[in-house]
Ligand binder design. Structure first.
Ligand code: SF4
Ligand code: SF4
Length: 444
């Protein structure tokens, strides 16, 4: 095994993973309906191909890919399309979605769930199967996976990094899959290695998950070019640029991608979805979600994508906790505070963290120039300055201070003794600059 690696900056929030660390993945019962927002990935919008009243089976395409940087959306229940319309998204905006009322039969579309040997399949065909299965990065970014597996000819990829860091506090969805599906994971990694043709693969796991490291180590013994790589437990160790720097010593340039320095990163859940898609013909229809925080039955649950948070919590808890204050989708550092409970679990959902009332609120004060946010920023930005410039809408200065490189990890806000809303302000600056760039491009 390699020496423990890490990156500069970052923070050490309590990992709070004990409640679900040893909980085996349990499959939840099928919901009565699912709400499937059409847009669940970064890239070109999909095109809806179903209408109200259509009968669908699990794995039927509801919306087709809108281009190369796009993936289709599949039915996750068999039943009838009840509506195609505007529904609340977990991000708090109304968005177009397909609603399916289930028939309780879990009938699968023809061709789905067929066994196949990936070693016999042509590489371009493998990429196509991954796109057709609707697979996107499940570590949070939801970028179409087949695109990451199709680097341009001038980008030589020598290293594949498998991201099993799961550095967000509270979450154990990836950890449990590493323990419970180790052989499938390794088979999926070999499949990805075959597509990329890279020489070296490191399966990166933080050292607060020794059982996962040991399981990988024992199965990888004797495997040429694939090894487990322990990482120091530090947030945001699972950030792509941080992982590249920790494990290879290479720095991804400002505005660049890991493939600019010869690396491709795939998250553990994504690799397992690739394996399921290629070897079992199974599109991305369910997700392992850690449910934890102020709950009686914390655990790791396999949930059909599109199940409402209300249905998930009702199944897990029996009833909605009376003193429920907030539900965070994802982890507490980068997750979204949900606008309500009638929003669906998405392809990229890996956790639901419940917080009791009263929800703790920060007291926001002025900056005391302590420099803590600068020390903690893993991207080497100057968060205190960036936040001030964003507050005063100085987009020129935000640009000069590389606001677009912010990975929104929240380490600066976590550190700030003055309780400054740093990440919110910097995010405001980042998307304002991105919008300004887009408008300039459209005018040309
Ligand atoms: S400025 Fe961005 S990248 Fe740096 S610590 Fe804050 S949120 Fe993270
Ligand atoms: S951590 Fe907070 S108080 Fe300290 S320099 Fe940064 S913004 Fe100012």
């Amino acid at each position: 095994m390699l020496k423990q690696a890490t990156f500069p900056g970052g923070v050490h929030p309590p990992d709070s993973k004990e409640a679900t660390r040893d909980k085996k993945i349990e499959r939840l019962a099928l919901p009565a309906r699912v709400i499937l927002p059409l847009q669940q990935h970064i890239g070109a919008p999909v095109k809806c191909v179903v209408a109200k009243g259509d009968e669908v089976k699990v794995g039927d395409v509801l919306a087709s890919a809108g281009g190369f940087i796009s993936v289709p959306l599949h039915a996750t229940l068999s039943g009838k399309v009840k509506a195609v319309g505007s529904y609340m998204h977990p991000a708090g905006v109304a968005t177009e979605a397909v609603v399916i009322e289930g028939d309780g039969e879990d009938a699968w579309a023809a061709g789905a769930a067929a066994e196949r040997d990936w070693r016999q399949i042509d590489i371009d065909q493998l990429r196509k199967m991954i796109q057709d299965a609707g697979i996107v990065g499940l570590g949070g970014a939801a970028f179409p996976t087949h695109v990451k597996l199709s680097p341009p000819a001038d980008k030589k990829i020598d290293t594949l990094l498998i991201n099993g860091a799961e550095c967000e506090p509270f979450l154990n969805a990836d950890y449990r899959q590493m323990l419970e599906r180790t052989e499938d994971l390794i088979e999926g990694i070999k499949l990805v290695v075959r597509i990329l043709g890279c020489e070296r693969t490191l399966v990166a796991v933080e050292d607060n998950k020794p059982e996962a490291l040991a399981a990988l180590d024992s199965l990888l013994a004797g495997e040429h070019g694939i090894e487990a790589a322990p990482l120091k437990t530090k947030y945001p160790q699972g950030g792509e640029k941080q992982l590249v720097e920790a494990l290879t010593g290479r720095q991804v340039p400002s505005g660049g991608l890991p493939m600019d320095v010869g690396c491709v990163i795939q998250n553990v859940s994504t690799v397992l979805s690739i394996y399921d898609a290629v070897t079992k013909g199974r599109p991305l229809i369910d997700k392992v979600v850690t449910i934890t925080g102020a709950v009686r039955n914390p655990g790791n649950y396999l949930v059909r994508v599109g199940t409402s948070v209300l249905d998930v919590l009702t199944q897990v808890e029996g009833e909605i906790p009376e003193n429920l204050g907030k539900v965070i989708m994802g982890g507490p550092m980068m997750g979204l505070a949900l606008p309500g409970l009638d929003v669906p679990v998405l392809k990229g959902t890996n956790g639901l963290v419940l917080i009791e009332r009263p929800v703790p609120t920060a007291v926001h004060d002025t900056c005391i120039r302590c420099g803590g946010c600068v020390d903690s920023c893993p991207v080497r930005l100057v968060p205190c300055e960036l936040a001030l410039y964003a507050e005063h809408e100085r987009w020129d200065k935000c640009r000069e201070y590389h606001v677009k490189d912010c990975i929104e990890c929240g380490s600066c806000s976590y550190t700030c003794p003055a309780g400054r809303n740093l990440v919110q302000l910097i995010r405001y600056g980042k998307y304002s600059v991105i919008n300004e760039d887009r408008q300039k491009k459209d005018k040309k």
